[in-house]
Ligand binder design. Structure first.
Ligand code: FE2
Length: 268
């Protein structure tokens, strides 16, 4: 397990809040990576994603026992313990607050594919939940990724743009429209009345949102670009990111395995 100094945890929090993401190298050791890969079933679908939700809350553990799903029960206990050893709660306390809680965890398998695992999108905005409903994902890669090979791409600081839009929608200053795909997002922020409202709004981090809107439009003109790829050299590396920002999962030349811990601020 990587030892993270207070200095590193501060840097993680700063980058996740300002840029939208941080890559934590060597988060998991090789033997733990192998152990988690061993939790996937031997038989997997050849042409679609397999996502296995692992119990997090007390009642879901009880339900697993009633259903005699002992494997999921013990996987849940193991992963909750792993999350504790990895200091995920401590990291999230720094990123958000004590009210940011683990809401879900899963293991995800994606077979190799010529199509993007997930096209450009921003999660949460279409939910109209208002301010700071961000979900933060510890995306722990159990297999390495690279360009055109399962890696994530992220438009820097688009998390702040999204949170500004969510806040303005919540306050009724912007229309509550479905803004999910890159095209919807780019069209929305390019409308003069929307752009003006966004730029008039002072964000806490003092980020130049005009620059972010320009980046969104640039990527919208060339969505297959690889210039924003975040490559993962080693299995066990983790990308912690705010999923309200605009991101994409590339196509993959090999099967991809991921362990995910999802956190949300439950107070908002
Ligand atoms: Fe997403």
């Amino acid at each position: 397990m990587a030892f993270l100094s207070t200095h590193t945890i501060n840097k993680i929090a700063e980058d996740v809040n300002n840029l939208g993401f941080y890559k934590i190298e060597n988060f998991l050791k090789k033997d733990t990576v192998d152990k988690v890969i061993g939790m996937f079933p031997k038989e997997k679908p050849k042409d679609k994603e397999l996502k296995i939700k692992i119990p997090v809350h007390f009642y879901s553990f009880i339900i697993k026992l009633f259903k005699l799903q002992f494997r999921l029960f013990f996987t849940g206990i193991y992963l909750l313990n792993l999350k504790r050893k990895l200091n995920c709660d401590k990291i999230m306390e720094k990123v958000q607050s004590k009210n940011c809680k683990l809401v879900s965890m899963d293991i995800v398998y994606n077979p190799k594919s010529d199509e993007p695992i997930k096209k450009w999108h921003a999660d949460q905005l279409h939910n109209f939940n208002g301010k700071d409903k961000s979900i933060y994902k510890f995306f722990i890669y159990l297999t390495p990724t690279s360009t055109n090979n399962g890696c994530l791409a992220y438009i820097k600081k688009s998390n702040i743009l999204s949170n500004t839009i969510a806040d303005l929608m919540f306050r009724g200053a912007l229309p509550k429209e479905v803004v999910y795909t890159l095209k919807q997002y780019s069209n929305f922020v390019s409308r003069k009345e929307v752009r003006d409202k966004i730029l008039q709004n002072k964000n806490a981090n003092d980020i130049d949102l005009n620059e972010v809107i320009n980046s969104v439009n640039k990527i919208n003109n060339n969505p297959s670009t690889n210039e924003l790829d975040i490559q993962i050299k080693n299995s066990g590396d983790c990308l912690l990111f705010d999923e309200t920002g605009m991101h994409r999962g590339a196509q993959s030349k090999q099967d991809r395995y991921v362990l995910r811990f999802l956190y949300q601020n439950i107070n908002n």
